[in-house]
Structure formats: structure tokens, C-alpha cells
Ligand binder design. Structure first.
Ligand code: BDP
Length: 721
């Protein structure tokens, strides 16, 4: 596509965007955290004095994007158009300028209150236009969160070089584990038609520092590497380029066979190596800044190097060789496991650890936060810190596959901060996961829904992911506050309770779904709703019963020396902590230990009593959130208020369902009475066991409501949930 055509397209998209506020006034969530509504009261005048003109001393598409974002943001926030001048000629100017600064790198920026040309100016400076764009968003954020603009001395450099959003979008526009409509990418109309939404998507990503996007699902459809699709990919790359976002593709390991017509995909075969090289050259001719590949190999039915008795490193390196001349990167996922007898929690480490040092320098081994699979809580993966001669990246999931989809509020920054701050004790204690990684990737939660993420509060997880990948030392509280002020309300009477709700929400979901270290107690495959009794999959490690190891005597997975010994994969101080009943944190108790129902916890209560207490704490928390939300009506626009209220209604139902179904099942085995003050489940166990949602296309989960539960319960039980 020629430059001029693409410019016309982007200009057309921008024009369409300028009429967006009409629709946006309905507060349908489309504007995300980039709402730029006028600052109220006297404060606005103070900001106006710091935004008398905008001067941008840089040219090119990224600098243009910075200029237009500032013009748009400031004119919205200050309710007046800001003049754009070639040079500083008055006090209160905002000046964006490229200025070499050591240590800022290619993306960092400085925002400083300075005197230039005898005028007081807010200077945004950076080594690159992209740094200026990030600085522009940071400056706007300061106004959006009502920070002062005088005496500024801000310097930011991203902690991680690669901050990626991984879309699990299929080419037929279904989204694996997507709960927000169809895929954003309209493959059938690309490359001809550029949906203006692509630009807004890129703006949102850039505003939080995301600089890489994997467009398609990890179960990579080989078609993506055909000439036809690469043109479509190139069109998207062109839209994203002015926002500093590089495009990556998930590729299927067997593509040399499916697309290339070869007989094999053996990574050591000369023809296969050539095929990947030629393919990479073809891609870079179309997309000179193409980021690289993401690969899921030998996992959940995907082909991979094991099919040819080669190692995961052999597989990764053949692609890395092809990308190296173009400076591309291979993200090779460590999410590799099989139906082997070995504890699933051990398999990735067993496979990858011995390969430390064998991966090419442009390979990043991408490791999920925990050793199993995006559960509400897992201990950190033992691979972090233990592959010192390999580049390792962290993968988290924004889309709430195991956390209720779009139900209620589940803010994930506390979960991600927990893993980023976890001490690997490798090579020595005081080495948090954050300091061992090169990249952070988040499985995207966006789709074609008008509000992007299927629920207002799910937007906060997109926001939090970008902010943490940029600066892992930010606290969940800081992030929640920023997001709330920018997205919902900056009235302290609203901000405080909303932030409190967000901060407690992840712990609540852990408590009502899988407390005290339980994991994977979900219904088959769609992972929505409880099924701790379930044992029906032929693949043993897909079954809840595999993970709870429950019987009349007790519950929990023994991963100590007497069991699978998964603890041994951690550095010795961590292994000691997790491996001993006296030191394992309660939150990981049943992950690492099998304990009797009557086991005395540190609190002096029995395990049984604690477990019931945790379920009720979780339910209590979401019930309290629902009540609290009702008090916030005066501060939130009508439309979003009602939507969140209904999300919270569903979450209360979901929480009670989890609590009751789980307790009913555990009690059928433990035969213990419920501790005083804790109510019996609303229905008998048979009722909960009869609720089953079928898999629906695109893995979209049904939303739970009393009707659904009643219809789904095949026994036609009493429907008063
Ligand atoms: C699992 C999901 C599955 C993904 C897989 C992965 O259920 O849909 O394909 O993760 O990460 O949690 O590859």
C-alpha cells in the first residue's frame, strides 16, 4: 500500500473520530480512559495557564500523533481550542522537543517546567518521537488525574522493552476466551477498508505504553502466513505504526507444510530452514518494522518440534534465524504440557530448564505467571529466575477466562503485582520476578463490543496491564486511582470507594472460587462455574478432581517430597517455605499440601472452618460491593451505572453459586457440619451437579442469571437463587 493512500485512510479515520463525541456523550464506554471531558471549576483556569499554546519541534507520523492527541485532549479537558504555534512565544506554552538525553533510551521521556525563550514552558523531551508521544499521554494523564502542572520534574523510562498485547483472535473473527464480542479485525474487508476503530485501539494501547500487538490466536491458523493475509496484516501495521506499535503474528509450527507445501516441518531440515527465511523476507518486504512470531508448540494439540524428536530450542531457533537479519523476535511459549503422569505443574520447568542457554538471542521464552494456567491464584512459575542464560518473558491473561468473564468487578493488578513482586530467590533472595523478565505479554480482553471489553470494569485490566508493563513498581492502588479518575469520576467521594472495591475484588474471587490454594475447579472447557466433582475428561489434568485430590480424609495436592515434589523446582529457600506445613502461606496451602479436614491452621481454626470462612468472605465482599455501588449513583452517568449494577448482580449470583456448589460437594465427603453462623447451601448437591452450560461457538460463556441457572438445572429445581 502506498504511503499516500494510507495517509488518506488515517486522515479519514481521524475525521470520523472527531464526530465521535456525539455518540460518546452517551457514556457507552467507548472512550475508555481517554475521555478528556472538561475539568470542572476553578482548577480548569489553572490548567489553562499551563496550556496557552502547543509547540512541537518534531516531524513525522508519530510526532503528528502526539500533536493531535495533545490538541484533542487539551481542547477537551480545558474546553477551549489550544493554538498550535511554530515557536514558543508566550508563558504557559507546552513544548515537545527531541533532545538527546543519556539513559532515556528510545522510549523514555522527560517532562519539566523550564524557562525557554524568556518564557515559562512545560517541556516534554525525548530521544525519539515515540518518547514524545508517551510523554504527551503522560502529560494529559496528569491533567486527567488532577495533578498540578507547575514545578514538574518527571523522568520515565519503561522497565521492559517489549510490552505486548496478545490477541487470541481467530481469522473467522471468533475470539478464544473472548467475552467482548467478535474480533476487532475485520479480515474480510482488509486491506481495503480501515475501520476507524483500529486507530482508537492504537491510541488506547499507546496511551499505556503497549508497543507490540500479536494479532491472532496462539492456536495459529496457518492461513495468516499466506500472501493474501499478509497484505491485510500490513494494512493494520500501517495504522499502528504512528502509535509506536509493532505487529506480530502467531504462527503454526507446521506452516512449512500447510502453507509451503513441504513434506516436513522438521526444524533441522534444510528446506524448512530456507522456507522460514524466505517467508520472513517476504513479510519484511511488506512490513519493514514487523515484530516477529509467537508460537504455541506441542501444547493442547498444536504441532511442534517434538513431532520430529527435536527440542523446543531447535524449534524456536529455526524461526529466530529467519527473523534475525530483520531484528525480529520469537516469543516461544513455555505453556507446554501433555497428558503425562507427571504433575502438570512440573512439566514446563522439566522441559525448559534443561534448555537454558540453548535458545537464540532473539528468542524470548514466554512463561505464564503460574505453573499451571491463569488460575485465580497460583504461586509464581519456577521458571522465573532459573533460566539465567535465556531471555524470559511473563505472560498474564487480561481476559477473565477463569475469573467469571464479564461478571462484576475483578481488578487484576493485585494478581500481577503479586507475581511481579514474588521473590524468586534466584540467584539470591531479593530477586523479584520483575527483575528477571525481558517482556510482558497480556492475553487481550478486547473485542468488537462498544465498550471494548464487555464490561466497564474490565477496561481497568487493559489499563493496568499496560501501566504495570511500563512500570512494574506502580502499586495496584495508584493504577486503580488513575483509572477511576480518568474513566468514571474524579470526585473523591466516588474515587475512594471504587478504588477500595477494585483492590479487594481479586481476593474476593479467589475466596469464592478457589480459596486456600485450590485451583482449576471449573466446569469443563468453558471454565465458567464450579464443578469440583468433575472427573470426566480423558486428559486427566483437565479435570477438577486431578487438582483437588479430595476424599473423605482431606483435600489438596501434595507437591512436597511425599507427593509430586514440585516444590523442588524452586530455589532452595522458596522450596523450603512452600514445602513445609509450618511455613507455606495459607494462600498456597492446598496447592502444595494435602491436609486433613481437621488440620489446625495458624489461626487455630480447622481447615474445614477456614475453608468455609473463605468462601463466605468472598461472597460477603461481592455483596458489599453491590451495596456500595448503589450509593454511587449520584457520581456515575446513568448508563454505566446501570451496566455495572447488573454486572455486580450477576457476580453475586456467581459467587453464591460457587460457594454453595463447592461447599455442598466438600461436605458430601467431609461429612462435617458447617461451623456456626455459616448457612447451608441453597440447594442440594444434585442440583449444582446438574447445572451445565454447553460450549458455545467462540467459547463465549453464557451470562449467569437466575433464569439461566434455572433453565440449565436439568432437575427443574426451585429457582429462588
Ligand atoms: C488455556 C485456554 C486455552 C488456551 C491456552 C493457551 O483454556 O483456550 O489456548 O490456555 O494459553 O487456559 O494456549
Amino acid at each position: 500500500m502506498s504511503d499516500s493512500i494510507s495517509k488518506v485512510r488515517i486522515a479519514a479515520a481521524a475525521l470520523l473520530l472527531s464526530v465521535a463525541p456525539v455518540a460518546a456523550r452517551a457514556e457507552d464506554g467507548y472512550r475508555l480512559w481517554l475521555r478528556y471531558d472538561p475539568v470542572e471549576g476553578a482548577m480548569r483556569q489553572r490548567y489553562v495557564a499551563h496550556a496557552t499554546e502547543l509547540v512541537v519541534h518534531a516531524n513525522g507520523p508519530i510526532a503528528d500523533a502526539a500533536r493531535s492527541e495533545l490538541a484533542r485532549g487539551l481542547s477537551g479537558l480545558l474546553a477551549s481550542r489550544i493554538p498550535i504555534s511554530p515557536n514558543v512565544d508566550r508563558d504557559g506554552a507546552i513544548l515537545l522537543e527531541r533532545a538527546p538525553a543519556p539513559g532515556l533510551g528510545p522510549e523514555g521521556f522527560i517532562i519539566r517546567s523550564v524557562r525557554t525563550n524568556s518564557h515559562d514552558v512545560t517541556l516534554v523531551s525525548a530521544n525519539s518521537d515515540l518518547g514524545l508521544l508517551y510523554g504527551a499521554f503522560a502529560l494529559l494523564r496528569r491533567i486527567q488525574t488532577r495533578h498540578r502542572l507547575d514545578h514538574l520534574d518527571v523522568r520515565e523510562v519503561p522497565a521492559l522493552q517489549l510490552r505486548m498485547l496478545d490477541h487470541w483472535d481467530n481469522l473467522d473473527r471468533t475470539v478464544e476466551r473472548g467475552y467482548a464480542g467478535t474480533s476487532l479485525w475485520e479480515w474480510s474487508s482488509l486491506p481495503g477498508r480501515i475501520d476507524p476503530r483500529y486507530v482508537d485501539y492504537a491510541r488506547a494501547d499507546a496511551s499505556i505504553g503497549i508497543n507490540g500487538v500479536v494479532l491472532n490466536n496462539v492456536a495459529g491458523d496457518p492461513k495468516i502466513l499466506t500472501a493474501e493475509y499478509l497484505k491485510k496484516v500490513a494494512a493494520l501495521a500501517e495504522v499502528f505504526r504512528p502509535y509506536g506499535i509493532r505487529v506480530y503474528l502467531s504462527v503454526r509450527f507446521s506452516s512449512p507444510i500447510e502453507v509451503g507445501g513441504l513434506k516436513t516441518a522438521d526444524p533441522l531440515d534444510a528446506a524448512v530452514r530456507t522456507w522460514w527465511r524466505v517467508k520472513a523476507d517476504e513479510i519484511y518486504r511488506l512490513i519493514p518494522d514487523f515484530g516477529g512470531f509467537l508460537v504455541k508448540a506441542n501444547s493442547e494439540g498444536e504441532p511442534g518440534p517434538w513431532d520430529y524428536h527435536r527440542t523446543q530450542a531447535d524449534g524456536a531457533n529455526v524461526m529466530a534465524d529467519a527473523l534475525r537479519p530483520h531484528h525480529g523476535t520469537v516469543f516461544w511459549r513455555a505453556f507446554v504440557y501433555s497428558n503425562a503422569k507427571e504433575d502438570r505443574a512440573k512439566q514446563a520447568y522439566d522441559e525448559f530448564r534443561p534448555l537454558d542457554g540453548k535458545f537464540a538471542s532473539n528468542v524470548i521464552v514466554q512463561v505464564k505467571n503460574g505453573p499451571i494456567d491463569f488460575q485465580p491464584r497460583e504461586p509464581f512459575s519456577p521458571l522465573f529466575g532459573q533460566m539465567p542464560r535465556t531471555k524470559v518473558g511473563l505472560e498474564v491473561q487480561l481476559t477473565r477466562e477463569y475469573l467469571g468473564g464479564t461478571d462484576g468487578i475483578v481488578f487484576l493488578a493485585p494478581m500481577w503485582a503479586e507475581v511481579l513482586n514474588a521473590d524468586t530467590c534466584s540467584p539470591r533472595c531479593g530477586t523479584p520476578v520483575a527483575s528477571t523478565i525481558r517482556s510482558m505479554a497480556g492475553v487481550a480482553n478486547v473485542g468488537s463490543d462498544r465498550d471494548w471489553t464487555g464490561s466497564n470494569f474490565n477496561q481497568a485490566n487493559w489499563y493496568a496491564f499496560g501501566r504495570l508493563a511500563w512500570d512494574p513498581s506502580l502499586t495496584p492502588r495508584q493504577i486503580a486511582e488513575e483509572w477511576t479518575r480518568m474513566t468514571l469520576s474524579d470526585d473523591p467521594r466516588a474515587v475512594k470507594p471504587i478504588v477500595a472495591m477494585m483492590l479487594g475484588s481479586r481476593e474476593a474471587v479467589v475466596d469464592y472460587m478457589t480459596p486456600l490454594g485450590l485451583a482449576h475447579q471449573f466446569q469443563n472447557d468453558h471454565h465458567y462455574g464450579p464443578a469440583p466433582w468433575s472427573c470426566s475428561f480423558a486428559q486427566a489434568n483437565w479435570n477438577p478432581c486431578y487438582y483437588n485430590k479430595v476424599d473423605s480424609g482431606g483435600i489438596g495436592f501434595d507437591r512436597t517430597k511425599t507427593g509430586s515434589d514440585a516444590v523442588d523446582q524452586y530455589a532452595p529457600p522458596v522450596a523450603r517455605e512452600f514445602g513445609s506445613l509450618s511455613s507455606v502461606p495459607d494462600q498456597y496451602l492446598l496447592w502444595f499440601q494435602h491436609v486433613p479436614w481437621t488440620y489446625k491452621m495458624r489461626s487455630d481454626r480447622t481447615l474445614w472452618e477456614s475453608l468455609i470462612g473463605q468462601y463466605d468472605r468472598g461472597v460477603g465482599e461481592v455483596e458489599a460491593n453491590r451495596r456500595e455501588w448503589q450509593t454511587l449513583r449520584p457520581f456515575i452517568d446513568a448508563r454505566r451505572f446501570v451496566q455495572v449494577a447488573s454486572d455486580l448482580d450477576r457476580q453475586v449470583l456467581e459467587a453464591r453459586w460457587w460457594r454453595d456448589a463447592s461447599i455442598a460437594y466438600w461436605q458430601s465427603l467431609s461429612k462435617l457440619p458447617l461451623p456456626p453462623g455459616h448457612g447451608a447451601p441453597a440447594h442440594p448437591l444434585t442440583w449444582y451437579r446438574s447445572i451445565h452450560f454447553d460450549l458455545v461457538p467462540g467459547f463465549k460463556i453464557p451470562r449467569v442469571n437466575p433464569q439461566t441457572l434455572c433453565v440449565a438445572g436439568r432437575e427443574k429445581p426451585n429457582c429462588a437463587v
